[in-house]
Design a binder for this molecule. Structure first.
Ligand code: ADP
Ligand code: MG
Length: 370
């Protein structure tokens, strides 16, 4: 098991990571997602021993890593920049880590050839890195990291320059190769769909702080705060500034959404942010309409429609606010038409408008009574 305990890092005297704690069990895939500059690469570099800790501890299978040089940590890292040896063939790049640790050349080549097949590298084995596309280089770097069979495998944006078709397949290959290795895997990416699909547990990093770490479905359904809520999901969660009236009704501007909110967050007079995923906004006749008897109905105008394969993304305007909804591709929608839109309040998220932190309704509550 890989353990990070209150890890802080400063670069050039500027704090970059603030007390990050997490554990990755052997065989587990933990994915940390965050925007560019949030500290993802720095986090992996700290685990690999390439940057010093300002505070905190690192352990791998109970062994303190802090004082060990990178080469003795039993950690393999795949860098965002690939870090392949330019003068070596793909095959020799793959073998390098194995022969450097004493494996016989033939054995190393046999292992490398077998692994190369998984990510379609077989025809490229005799080429040099400069004769490869960006995507091909990335697959070599990934295969090389997996070949070392480390106790911890660190992957920095491993799929970012693969084309879409290959990326989806390469996700499956990462899962397959990792399952066989049983390493504790820590992967960082800015790509939320990659994060959702690869993670056993998903963390969200923002300005060097780990905001939440939980199974992907939990992070999606119960984000810890507005940053997490808006970072995951496409289109992003719709957020409406609402207020509970003195009579307990829920108001969005001059629109009454519900006569009474049966949730602990609904103290009279309180301002709230109501968060609704696009799939929680139902258009008339759409199968996305869950038939929530407690749904609030508002009027919205269709502004534009984006076909997206098995669904269409519908952009609407309600009282000047832009909202995103989903609909099946067969649903006919005319731009400019005014429609009743049903908001599934019983599945909504609630946030404090000042702090952005999620407000959890008391158990059994969270339902709105129309
Ligand atoms: P990410 O991988 O999430 O894009 P990084 O970990 O690369 O983020 O960077 C986090 C922050 O640390 C950024 O503000 C970046 O500018 C800064 N940073 C990264 N590397 C260095 C460095 N070698 N020296 C000083 N600051 C750095
Ligand atoms: Mg990075």
């Amino acid at each position: 098991m890989l353990e990070l305990d209150q890890v802080s890092v400063a670069l050039d005297g500027r704090p970059v990571l603030h007390g990050v704690s997490l554990r990755v069990a052997a065989g587990e895939r933990v994915v940390i997602a965050g925007p560019s500059g949030s500290g993802k690469s720095t986090l992996l570099r700290a685990v690999a021993g390439l940057v010093p800790l300002a505070a905190g501890r690192l352990r791998l299978d109970g062994r303190e890593l802090g004082s060990l040089p990178p080469g003795q940590r039993d950690v393999a890292m795949m860098f965002q920049s690939y870090a392949l040896f330019p003068h070596l063939s793909v095959l020799d790049n793959l073998c390098f880590g194995l022969t450097a640790r004493g494996m016989a050349r033939e054995d190393a080549q046999e292992r490398a050839r077998a692994a190369a097949g998984t990510l379609d590298l077989t025809p490229l084995l005799q080429r040099r890195p400069r004769e490869l596309s960006g995507g091909e280089r990335q697959r070599v770097a990934l295969t090389r990291a997996l070949l070392r069979e480390p106790k911890a495998l660190l992957l920095d944006e491993p799929l970012s320059s693969l084309d879409t078709q290959l990326r989806v397949r390469a996700r499956a290959e990462i899962v397959k190769a990792h399952a066989a290795s049983r390493a504790a895997m820590l992967l960082v990416t800015h790509d939320q769909s990659e994060a959702m699909s690869l993670a056993d547990r998903l963390g969200v990093l923002h300005e060097g702080r780990l905001l939440q770490l939980a199974p992907p479905r939990t992070v999606y359904a119960e984000p810890a705060n507005l940053f997490v809520a808006r970072f995951l999901g496409h289109p992003a969660m719709n957020t409406l500034e609402v207020q509970v009236g003195l009579d307990g009704a829920l108001w969005w501007g001059s629109t009454r959404l519900a006569a009474r909110l049966a949730t602990a967050v609904a103290e009279p007079g309180r301002r709230l942010v109501l968060g609704l995923r696009p799939e929680q906004l139902a258009l008339p006749g759409s199968r996305w309409d869950s038939g929530d008897p407690q749904a609030a109905e508002i009027t919205a105008v269709v502004e534009s429609v984006e076909p997206a394969g098995e669904q269409q993304i519908v952009w609407l305007n309600a009282a000047g606010q832009r909202l995103a909804a989903r609909a099946e591709p067969e649903l006919r929608l005319v731009v400019g038409v005014s429609l009743p839109l049903r908001l599934a309040l019983s599945r909504a998220c609630w946030f404090d408008p000042d702090t952005g932190e999620a407000l959890r309704p008391a158990a059994g509550a969270g339902e709105a009574m129309a």
